[in-house]
Write a protein that binds this ligand. Sequence first.
Ligand SMILES: CC(=O)SCCNC(=O)CCNC(=O)[C@H](O)C(C)(C)COP(=O)(O)OP(=O)(O)OC[C@H]1O[C@@H](n2cnc3c(N)ncnc32)[C@H](O)[C@@H]1OP(=O)(O)O
Ligand SMILES: O=C([O-])CC(=O)C(=O)O
Length: 352
Amino acid sequence: MGLNYRGYDIVDLAKNSTFEDVAYLILFGKLPTSKQLEEFLDQIVKARYLPAQLKEILERIPVDVHPMDMMRTVSSFLGLIEPETKENDQYEVAIRLLGIFGPAMAYWYHFAHSGVRINEQTGNKDTIACNLVKLLHLSQTADPIIVRAVDVSLILYAEHDFNASTFAARVTVSTLADFYSGITSAIGTLRGPLHGGANEAVMQYLQNLHSIEEANAFLNESFKSKKLIMGFGHRVYKNGDPRSDIIKEYSKLLSEKQPKFGKKLLYQISEHIETRVVNEKKKFPNLDFYSASTYHQCGVPTELFTPIFVMSRITGWAAHIFEQRANNKLIRPTSNYIGPQKLSFVPLNQRL
Ligand SMILES: CC(=O)SCCNC(=O)CCNC(=O)[C@H](O)C(C)(C)COP(=O)(O)OP(=O)(O)OC[C@H]1O[C@@H](n2cnc3c(N)ncnc32)[C@H](O)[C@@H]1OP(=O)(O)O
Ligand SMILES: O=C([O-])CC(=O)C(=O)O
């Protein structure tokens, strides 16, 4: 089973596009001309601006919270100070969030860990991936291999039909709630390890494995105790996630070519785990499995893996919100109650 965004194969997009190109496609329905792309990047660069009130809030968020809770707060708080209105419409808000999520995350991360207040603006032609890498590494320059690996990961994470977080966003706005509420619901839903949180959960076990023998011991124990192996299996793709081989190539490339963060052994262990889980459990890696070793080899702290998913999926969530609103009907499933019926009311003083 393949995957396409608005008719374009994900393999072609990952090979030939940038994340900005794909974000435009998802938000506006067609690939941009070069002029449209340039204007779109200008809008994103402006949207990086961190208002003083938001910085104040970010500085109060403790270092030991899960960064997804911080991301949820960014969405919610921005909804207070820059609410969705007729003028600040859903398209403006979507671009604002697309621009601000990365800088807000980096601002919080550096302030919480070392008290450093970063300047969110890097170069005014920097893409989202390049800005993110510079901000995370507190560097004026960024390794092109790392930037491209992050860029491709953002392309791959951008949209995936009715996954749980997108569905949550659609349910929320189907009540005619505002855009930020939809995104805040979606972030809360993405956080769990059965969905977006799996990329972080993968790294948590990979980082404890220092040899093929240790990987085998981990797998033997997981198989024996029927533990879920994070980064494998998928509700829709039962024979493999088409995004996995694409991100796997970047994990391999980084392991061979990135001098500072690249780790050959990490890639080899990941590949060994893939082979055994596929052969022995018939579960295939999903996008989150090789995203973990890719992000790790880009020098991204593990706790920021899922927030980076947010930076990308904002595009898919936004497009679904536009679509839901264009022909809205309240999403409200019914359920079959199977508990007791027709009980006689018991006054408080007679209850046992
Ligand atoms: C970007 C994303 O959100 S991709 C998903 C990221 N999530 C993960 O990687 C978490 C690990 N994977 C899982 O928990 C699951 O595969 C899910 C939630 C993604 C999909 O769940 P389902 O569609 O319900 O799985 P499915 O119906 O294929 O499961 C069948 C059996 O395989 C087992 N199984 C599924 N995934 C795994 C796994 N990763 N490791 C071990 N066993 C698994 C199930 O427990 C179930 O066993 P059972 O029949 O004994 O109860
Ligand atoms: O579709 C899903 O259930 C999960 C997923 O892969 C995604 O959201 O990218």
